[in-house]
Design a protein around this ligand. Structure first.
Ligand SMILES: C[S@@+](CC[C@H](N)C(=O)[O-])C[C@H]1O[C@@H](n2cnc3c(N)ncnc32)[C@H](O)[C@@H]1O
Length: 339
């Protein structure tokens, strides 16, 4: 039931190649952990600071760790979008703040998109590596203005972990579709909810994680909440050893995201709702936040009914008809269908 993701073999190949160029062939856990800790401290101290690509330690940290985890986040979003048909009719991606092209690995492998314009104001080592592969479908630009917006009606605008460093550019809104991932912090997550509102006003339709086109209940009805998802990482041995040297672990990764298109999504089945929270045990019951409209609601499973079934966070489920609602709790008394 859990959504579990191993690192992508293609990403590991690029990661190995860049680390070898940096003189770090063996994935030495102590050396890489020191670099990862340093970049993590940098991001904490300067949440809106530019990724310091010129520093060797930042390159080692990104390619050994952040790229691997961010690709998993992107893959989770791409697979969710694919289930909904979100990528149908799109043939090109413009990845703004692409870095090593993190999002594009997942889009190429799982969304059927084969033509990529990667925009980054900095030179990132993985870019040169890709360019050296001379793939005509992967082109790099340092400014968005230099990439061509030839077919906006079949273009996906992508921003993965880049809107923390830059505002969404106006050209993005020429595109048929948008895929945006941001860190799952309260500040970035709530900024993304505000961007959701802006996109609605600009005529976009939300495909995921939202289940409706109304106001977001987490922005409207709470001063603190933000929407974020979580998937599990199937950690290979080298990643376990690296994380053993770190003061933090990422056995699961969280992220906030939006998939929006000018075209409206097909209607969801009656009773569809998305699980947008972890399951939390309380006295006598388990609760899990759920989204199906403008109200902030929870599913509740009473312990007297027996052990609660596993409800996978992030998934769309179908709530059966006739469930009782008490205050903001929808009382569930049977297994839910995962859509
Ligand atoms: C945190 S990295 C994210 C990289 C990648 N998208 C990922 O998900 O791993 C943010 C990237 O955005 C780039 N960036 C920030 N502002 C930009 C701008 N105005 N134009 C182009 N690239 C920008 C930075 O150089 C950096 O590589």
């Amino acid at each position: 039931m859990k959504r579990v993701f191993p690192p992508s073999p293609e990403v590991l190949r690029v990661s190995e190649a860049v680390l070898a160029l940096q003189g770090s062939k063996e994935r030495d856990p102590r050396r890489l952990a020191a670099a990862v800790k340093r970049l993590s401290d940098f991001f904490i101290a300067e949440p809106e600071g530019a990724t310091p690509w010129k520093e060797a330690w930042a390159v080692e940290a990104y390619f050994s760790y952040y790229l691997v985890l961010n690709e998993i986040r992107n893959r989770a979003v791409v697979l969710e979008g694919r289930k909904l048909g979100f990528f149908d009719g799109l043939d090109r991606a413009v990845d703004f703040g692409a870095g090593p092209g993190t999002a594009d690995f997942a889009l190429a492998a799982h969304a059927g998109i084969q033509s990529f314009s990667l925009i980054d104001r900095s030179e990132v080592p993985g870019q040169r590596l890709r360019a050296a592969g001379a793939d005509p479908n992967w082109r790099y630009f340092s400014r968005l203005e230099d990439s061509l917006f030839t077919s906006p009606s079949s273009t996906l605008f992508v921003a993965s972990y880049s809107l923390t460093e830059a505002r969404i550019p106006p050209q993005a809104l020429q595109c048929e579709a948008l895929m945006i991932l941001e860190p799952s912090t309260q500040q970035d997550g709530r900024e993304l909810l505000k961007l959701r509102d802006h996109l609605r006003r600009e005529g976009y339709h939300l495909w995921a994680p939202c289940t409706h086109q109304g106001a977001c209940p987490l922005l409207k009805n709470s001063p603190r909440d933000w929407c974020h998802d979580r998937v599990h990482v199937d950690r290979p041995e080298w990643l376990v050893r690296l994380e053993n040297e770190l003061p933090f672990r990422n056995q699961t990764v969280t992220f906030s995201y939006l998939l929006a298109r000018r075209t409206p999504p097909p209607p969801l089945p009656e009773g569809a709702a998305r699980l947008i929270g972890d399951r939390l045990g309380e006295k006598g019951k388990d609760r899990q936040m759920v989204c199906r409209g403008e109200e902030r609601e929870f599913l509740a499973w009473m312990h007297r009914q027996g052990p609660a079934p596993e409800w996978p966070r992030g998934a769309l489920v179908q709530l059966p008809e006739g469930l009782k609602k008490t205050s903001n709790e929808i009382r569930v008394d049977r297994q839910l269908t995962i859509l």
